[in-house]
Write a protein that binds this ligand. Structure first.
Ligand code: ADP
Ligand code: MG
Length: 688
């Protein structure tokens, strides 16, 4: 058995389980091993009842002190059990588990683990897990992996299959030469994978994670540096002059550029007309107005007789950009022809667009990764803009650049990174920053609340909709609930139903999530953009770039589950127009730490400050759970948390490129194979 062995060959995995794995994008043993735990459950020492804290998940060691009492409400059985230790009493409530009446003997000692909540005047624990004391002893202080699951596949089953895979899978030999492992103090790949799934200690887990993060950074940086070596200091083969088109466009715009936009546009103009090919990153927080700057660069390109391409990470965003640009062309009577190219178009539609691109009729070309497919032949590609670019692999950028004769490259990004990191991640890209929001913006009003606030929030939402505004509601899950003993997670499907019931019947509520077909996704998005939908209940698919200025409320359920930087991106979907906007972060847990973490968002609007504060507050078991930035495509690594390791990987890459750039030495053979595969993988576009 090796990494490419189909998952169905594991013992116990039949057709049904195979399908469930398919839903998680796991088809081979290797993919199963790469499905790292989402986080780890830490079974803390049991506490005395008097020390147990409301709102927290805790374990108490106590005796059953009364006879279990069962009530029935229609089909629901409610079992109340009283427990006690020498410091206090606690009520347990179980739903539809009448058999526990017999199991829980009066006077018997157990460990009960669950969330403590006040209910009226008594403290209760709902649906706690029950352990025999010796069973709990074995678990205490262990890190038990928790995987991303799908309905029908339990966490225990996942653990079982991963163990089996680890036992029988033959790993490839270590890809790094021993000197590299030693210099960077890395453990072997095999040990890292084993430990990440079943860590003995937290220290071991940290070492394992470190190795996996190093791998990601190393291959990313290696591939990027190698491709940059090719186009460093390229001569500008598309020298452009400023024509009247851009100035006229700016005059017609209903708003003036901000000073920051003005400055960046100036830098871009100089690049386009300069000696060398442009290679520039424009960084600007959400809502700072990056699109218009990209549009100006595209117009200047088209006015000079070249084609300009704009590539977005999702179809939804590509279509939105296309509509914006087409709107400008119509409204301002521009003489250019925009076309859209995305994967979900029919073969005929695509052929037509390919034709227009090849003969040069289309000069503003907007799309997704479909823009870099082989069939697309450009006539004179002068500029490539990538929006929110790190969803693209390095290889994709390279492929697109190869389609033109070294087109100018402009990268737009909302991920705030300090200059030192930018230099490592983007190499000799020049950096422009839009560090100012348009003046007409009212600051967003934020609040962090618990679930008891929901009725108030729904009334508020109904009020905003009545005033003609629109609303986003974000849930962490698509359907079902994989919380497994943790806190309940809201899901898009059920939540939309709940909202329809809570809001007046005239309010149009719709769902959006990543498991929908691309065509359906963009249909819903377009309906939201043209206001046939009032309330959009969505997963984080809307996180990147979506611009609907009429939307004024962003409500995020289970906000405790998201990285703060991600919440900041979500918040950026509102406050994009003239109306006062609001953000409601709903936390399902009331731990002081969770609230404190979310309070950071309340106090600051500075993306980088938010991201770095978030890291300081992360607890154990959260090494993998929280994704910082939607933009960088690292699975495990985090450019903020792992900034030191990023630097180390960067130095290792530089040394290797200096010594043996083509990896021709025998000791680098395995590394060459590994990086080759990594390059292939980065072409696989993972659409959300
Ligand atoms: P982002 O930087 O997040 O990509 P967008 O480019 O989508 O932001 O711009 C957000 C909104 O701000 C858009 O509706 C855009 O038309 C508007 N906008 C851009 N520049 C200005 C400006 N200088 N003044 C007023 N509104 C602006
Ligand atoms: Mg944008």
């Amino acid at each position: 058995m090796d990494r490419d062995t189909p998952i169905m060959e594991l013992k116990g995995v039949g057709e049904k389980t195979g399908k469930l794995f398919g839903k998680l994008d796991i088809r081979t043993v290797g993919e199963l091993l790469m499905a790292y735990p989402r986080d780890y459950e830490v079974f803390g020492e049991p506490v005395k009842i008097s020390r147990a804290v409301s709102g927290e998940l805790c374990a108490v060691r106590a005796a059953v002190s009364g006879i279990p009492n069962e009530r029935r409400i229609r089909n629901l059985s409610i079992l109340n059990v009283l427990i006690a230790d020498d410091t206090g009493r606690l009520q347990l409530t179980f739903y539809n588990m009448p058999f526990l009446k017999k199991t829980l003997r009066q006077g018997g000692f157990y460990i009960f683990r669950g969330l403590l909540r006040p209910k009226g005047t008594v403290m209760t624990m709902e649906q706690p897990k029950i352990f025999a004391p010796e069973e709990y002893d074995r678990l205490t202080n262990r890190l038990v992996p928790r995987y991303a699951l799908t309905k029908g596949l339990t966490n225990q089953a996942m653990q079982k299959y991963v163990r089996q895979a680890l036992t029988f899978c033959e790993f490839e030999p270590e890809c790094y030469p021993p000197s590299l492992l030693e210099e960077n103090q890395l453990i072997s790949y095999r040990e890292a994978v084993e430990t990440v799934h079943f860590p003995q200690t937290r220290e071991a887990l940290i070492k394992a994670r470190r190795r996996l993060v190093f791998d990601e950074f190393f291959s990313f940086l290696f591939l990027m540096r190698r491709s940059q070596k090719l186009d460093r200091q390229l001569e500008n083969g598309h020298r452009m002059l400023e024509t009247a088109d851009t100035a006229r466009f700016l005059e017609q715009l209903p708003f003036p550029l901000t000073k920051a936009q003005e400055k960046v546009w100036q830098e871009i103009r100089e690049d386009l007309g300069g000696e060398n090919c442009m290679n520039r990153l424009v960084q600007g927080d959400v809502g700072s107005g990056k699109t218009i700057v990209a549009v100006l660069a595209l117009l200047m390109t088209a006015a000079n007789g070249y084609q300009g391409a704009l590539m977005a990470p999702t179809e939804v965003l590509a279509m939105q950009h296309f509509e914006t640009i087409q709107g400008y062309v119509k409204k301002y009577g521009l003489i250019f022809r925009p076309v859209l190219l995305v994967g979900s178009m029919t073969a005929r539609e695509k052929r037509e667009v390919y034709g227009a691109i090849a003969d040069g009729q289309a000069n503003l070309i907007i799309g997704t990764h479909a823009l870099i497919q082989e069939k697309v032949q450009y006539r004179s590609l002068g500029l490539v803009v990538t929006d929110e670019q790190h969803r693209f692999g390095v290889r994709q950028r390279e492929l697109l650049a190869q389609k033109g004769e070294n087109p100018h490259i402009l990268v737009m990004s909302a991920t705030p990174i300090p200059r030192t990191l930018a230099i490592i991640l983007y190499g000799d890209l020049h950096l422009s920053v839009i560090d100012e929001l348009p003046a007409d913006r009212l600051p967003i009003k934020n609040c962090v609340v618990n679930i008891s606030y929901r009725p108030t929030a729904y009334r508020f939402i109904a009020g905003q909709v009545a005033q003609g505004r629109q609303v986003y509601v974000i849930c962490p899950q698509v359907e079902g609930d994989d919380a497994e003993g943790g806190l309940p997670l809201e899901n898009v499907a059920d939540y939309a139903e709940k909202l329809r019931a809570a809001l007046p019947a005239s309010v149009q509520v719709a769902c959006l999530h990543g498991r929908m077909r691309p065509g359906d996704k963009s249909r819903v998005m377009n309906q939201f953009a043209d206001h046939s939908i009032d309330v959009l209940v969505s997963t984080t698919v809307i996180e990147v770039g979506i611009n609907v200025p009429n939307a004024t409320v962003m409500m995020v359920e289970n906000a405790e589950r998201f990285g703060l930087a991600q919440l900041h991106q979500l918040r950026g979907r509102v406050g994009r127009g003239e109306h006062q906007s609001y953000c409601i972060f709903v936390s399902a847990d009331e731990k002081p730490e969770s609230m404190e973490r979310l309070e950071i968002l309340n106090k600051s609007n500075d993306g980088f400050h938010i991201a770095s504060e978030d890291l300081k507050l992360r607890g154990p078991g959260e090494l993998f759970g929280i994704r910082q930035s939607g933009e960088f495509s690292f699975r495990v690594g985090d450019i903020y948390a792992d900034a030191g390791l990023l630097k180390q990987a960067s130095e290792a890459v530089d040394r290797l490129l200096a010594e043996d750039p083509e990896l021709q030495r025998p000791e680098h053979g395995r590394l060459r194979d590994y990086l080759e595969k990594a390059a292939q993988r980065s072409v696989d576009f993972r659409s959300i």
